[in-house]
Design a protein around this ligand. Sequence first.
Ligand code: NAD
Length: 499
Amino acid sequence: MRQIEHFIAGKRVAGTSDRHGDVFDPNTGAVQARVPLASSAELDRAVEDATAAQREWAAVNPQRRARVMFEFKHLLETNMDELAELLSSEHGKVLSDSRGDILRGLEVIEFSCGIPHLLKGDYTQGAGPGIDVYSMRQPLGVVAGITPFNFPAMIPMWMFGPAIAAGNAFILKPSERDPSVPVRLAELMIQAGLPPGVLNVVHGDKDVVNAIIDHPAISAISFVGSSDIAQQVYARGAAQGKRVQCMGGAKNHGIVLADADMDKAVTDIIGAAYGSAGERCMALPVVVPVGDDTATALREKLLAAIADLRIGVSTDPDADYGPVVTAAHKASIERYIGLAVEEGAELVVDGRGFALPGHEDGFFLGPTLFDHVTADMKTWHEEIFGPVLQIMRADSLEEALALPSRHQYGNGVSIFTRNGSAAREFAQRVEVGMVGINVPIPVPVAYHSFGGWKRSGFADLNQYGMDGVRFYTRTKVVTQRWPEAGADAGGSFNIPTMQ
Ligand code: NAD
């Protein structure tokens, strides 16, 4: 059985605790590897190495740090196929989607290549008599990231890209369900010229997460995962005075107005609802047609598109989506489908019971479509995180706008229309953090920032972009005066003012 290792002080290190987790091959359902779950002593060792490495790394000038990022970007490109295969083999997403996962992370690395410019402070000459004021951004020290299973390349890079470029050392605790790609990324960072100890990967579950939050030498924690855990991590970290950002779950809505380009909207909705088997926090699991005619036309076209969907193993180049990540997750999605039926939603297409010939034990699910889902149903309220699309009918834009606005999650939302003023008003008023206008998956580009509202994000600063740089640095402001020798000292018991 393949044994996955931690990555500490620049090399792979076997786990020494007696706790392990199983890593599955979602295509076959078999256990393909074992991942060690670290003890707090193993975490201590990684943090000790990171603390020593960080002092030297922070003293390297920013342009040299940027060169490591440039080289890492190059290595991601030259190792793309191998990384995508490894990612698909543990996650189950199709290879083209794994490349997308890596590329969206690579874009944050490209952004991090600009770190010399991004760290520049402000300067005011002559703020008072002989007084100049300047500000600088300094790294925090050792920081940590805890990441979910669904983007094992992109989300670690959202975090360690800006953190390391800014001069921090990083402890990454990736998902124990698909932990191999994060280790490979750390190895490539070393190959790119990063000093050992600056990026460490420590595997584990809840216990090591709590040990990370409580570790006195770790000064900031970035978390992405489900909302209940995000909220717990946020509360536990903040209670210790740490800087914390915790992104949570989602239930994104796509509003379809009568004047939308219906064929294009349907293509977009199908890709966003069923791509990656719905295991994306920016998936589109709810679609809201406005008006009965829109609903009829949309449902008809969705049905035709669903009939054409192809489910296959993650290496099948013709597959639209592959298996879900584990048998437990598959069972949870099936339970949610059962719940929606019990609550009275109309089950139009049932994806349960789907079996891929030759891969009957794989974690596959067919596409599911519900119609007449209503806001009093639990099935609307909760995140399912699978290939399940729900139609909720609305009579007006006002009614449609209220659905994502009053939902507990506020990650993403999209509107499909040709009406600019309706779209503009929608974007202005909807209570959601990331909005798409005729864009089904509005993940902001790397030089903006990613973050949802309400229970989708417990954070003051979002992921990557300038927020990422701000999160991993603290500002210092220096007020300086260089009086001539013998000049009047000018001391006062009053607070100095500029009057
Ligand atoms: P998860 O919450 O189960 O796990 C996330 C991380 O937390 C993992 O590293 C895991 O080991 C750790 N963890 C698990 N249980 C814990 C506990 N009790 N205490 C502390 N840490 C714990 O999430 P997942 O299933 O890996 O990922 C899917 C979820 O992540 C979905 O809810 C999805 O919407 C969300 N997600 C959000 C974003 C975003 O940016 N908002 C992006 C991707 C995924």
